[in-house]
Design a protein around this ligand. Structure first.
Ligand SMILES: [Zn+2]
Length: 195
């Protein structure tokens, strides 16, 4: 496992697109029903160092099963960057808190990132899609327990008991593991064909 310059560029580019997407997606909430006054993320203290390190660690741990440095780093960065959906709180508008913490965002981000980067990069797809799981896992573990999982269809905040954090993390590891094994198998089959 080594980190080359192209991996660094890839991680930065994917992170930048993902971060803008999370911030952009949260703007959708300004036109949804059930919106409320958003809290300022800085005043609320939701962007502190402990949170960032925690989210990064949870993401990295799940992504280790890919055995590829670029995806392991992305696992960490994307799990942190979902919280870009808090930035809307700086705009003093009404909306829904934590829009990125939803299934819809997971689906949209997988589709967009795979179109923007490589359509057949399934490892990227699975890291993007499961970032919401590792992120929510740490959120539940540390402080937050309610998320608009089904937004924009149902805008109710769904609460999870604290012990559920392990279920989210294990689900992420399992999904990333299965996809990685399948992709590695497919690659080894096609490389024997080339030979
Ligand atoms: Zn969060």
């Amino acid at each position: 496992m080594k980190l080359e310059k192209k991996d660094v560029l890839f991680v930065i580019a994917v992170s930048a697109v993902y971060c803008s997407l999370a911030a952009g997606f949260s703007l959708v909430s300004t036109v949804l029903p059930d919106k409320t006054v958003l809290t300022n993320p800085i005043a609320h203290g939701s962007l502190n160092l402990r949170e960032i390190i925690g989210h990064f660690a949870w993401g990295v741990v799940a992504a280790i099963v890919t055995l590829r440095v670029r995806y392991i780093l992305l696992g960490g960065f994307l799990a942190v960057l979902i919280d870009a959906d808090h930035l809307i709180g700086l705009l003093h508008v009404e909306g829904i808190q934590r829009m990125g913490h939803s299934i819809t965002f997971a689906v949209i981000s997988v589709v967009v990132l795979m179109i923007v980067f490589r359509k057949n990069d399934y490892r990227l797809g699975v890291i993007v899609g499961t970032s919401i799981l590792t992120h929510i896992s740490y959120d539940i573990f540390s402080t937050e327990s309610g998320f608009p999982i089904l937004t924009p269809f149902v805008n109710k905040i769904i609460e999870f008991p604290r012990e559920d954090w392990i279920i989210f993390e294990i689900a992420a590891i399992a999904i990333i593991g299965i996809v990685s094994v399948l992709v590695t198998k497919k690659e080894s089959i096609s490389s024997t064909f080339v030979r």
